[in-house]
Ligand binder design. Structure first.
Ligand code: ATP
Length: 330
């Protein structure tokens, strides 16, 4: 029977405004352009998994408004089943206003809207058909107690539970033993490690400059032990680290000229989920595919629009860098 990737998460309308410079307090600036597109970590990851070839069911909430219809249409056009995306009364579709300055820097304001109204019941209805072999993919842009409930409910049905702990969690509410695989970037991993006491004696380094691979690898390992799950930590243009048992493997990123890194993490997570749902049991191989897909995303502008279809990543997948993983042991 074909397996399904169930994505429980956020759906937003992203409003991209290009401004010459950010307004100061009390100032008004004119944007040269406005682009409204579908987004949200849940929506982006669902589209990534679907474009990777998986059967994807989205569980989320939209407002009864034009943005909600736009988001639903965008998901459907990418092949995502939106039958379990509910329309919440009396609120708006989640909205992200992204102001981009001429130099490329951005400032983002998010109004959760309907995402904050996703309920345990919505999750139970959407996941009722989940079974062993299926994969349930979660993020943290919907209420934490609903995320934790989804993990429990999915686990009870024998599905594999993947948590992309983004944005970085503020408490341990979602960090349960129901998680099989945790996907985080470096900032998120350090937040998680701090919450579960896996960061003792370790200094945190951020960004590419001065990153200590051994330190990242060490935190991957201590976090995986604390949560009793596999941990994948993505490190931007450097690649990613994953523990395979007691070893931590570094999977280098594919070298490309990055134009816009928006949605790199969502592409990576969605492609990884699709590979696992397909039965790919070699985790480094699944990560190499995810890394190739994310490399294509960073060569394109935009969020959801920049996520490639599987047929578009052949060229970068052939790059020998993706298989040139060196290993680090604690
Ligand atoms: P974002 O929030 O920008 O979507 P993130 O912080 O969640 O991303 P990153 O660690 O920045 O996640 O990127 C995820 C993956 O995307 C990396 O592990 C890498 O494989 C790929 N990637 C990111 N940036 C680049 C880059 N400049 N060149 C090649 N691959 C990249």
């Amino acid at each position: 029977m074909p397996t399904t990737v169930f994505v429980v998460g956020s759906l937003n309308a992203d409003q991209l405004l290009e401004v010459p410079a950010f307004p100061a307090a009390g100032e008004t600036v004119l944007a040269s352009d406005v682009l409204i597109t579908a987004g949200g970590k849940g929506g982006n990851q669902a589209v990534a998994a679907s474009r990777a070839g998986a059967a994807v069911t989205m569980i989320g909430a939209l407002g009864d408004d034009a943005h909600g219809r736009l988001v639903r249409r965008a998901l459907t056009e990418s092949g995502v089943d939106t039958g379990w995306v509910v329309t919440a009364d009396g609120t708006h579709t989640g909205t992200a206003v992204v102001a981009v300055e001429a130099g490329g820097e951005n400032r983002i304001i998010v109004a959760s809207g309907a995402n904050a109204r996703l309920t345990r019941q919505d999750v139970e209805s959407g996941l009722a058909g989940a079974a062993p072999g299926d994969l349930v993919l979660l993020q943290l842009e919907t209420p934490v107690e609903v995320v934790a409930h989804a993990a429990r409910f999915a686990k009870e049905r024998g599905a594999t539970v993947v948590l992309n702990a983004a944005p970085a969690p503020a408490d341990t509410g979602c960090l349960t033993t129901d998680i099989d695989l945790l996907v985080v970037n470096e900032v998120e991993m350090r937040a998680v490690a701090g919450l579960v006491g896996a960061d003792e004696g370790r200094e945190g380094g951020e960004g590419d400059e001065g990153r200590d691979g051994r330190d990242v690898a060490g935190t991957v390992l201590t976090t995986s032990r604390a949560l009793d799950c596999v941990v994948v930590c993505t490190t931007g243009a450097d690649g990613a680290y994953v523990n395979v048992g007691d070893r931590v493997i570094h999977i280098p990123a594919v070298r490309v000229t990055a134009v816009d890194t928006t949605a790199a993490g969502d592409t990576y997570t969605g492609y990884l989920a699709a590979a696992l749902a397909r039965g790919e049991s070699d985790l480094p191989a699944a990560l190499a595919t995810a890394s190739a897909a994310a490399a294509v995303t960073v060569t394109r502008r935009g969020a959801m629009a920049s996520i490639p279809y599987a047929a578009e990543i052949g060229e970068v997948r052939a790059n020998p860098d993706t298989t040139d993983a060196n290993s680090i042991t604690d």
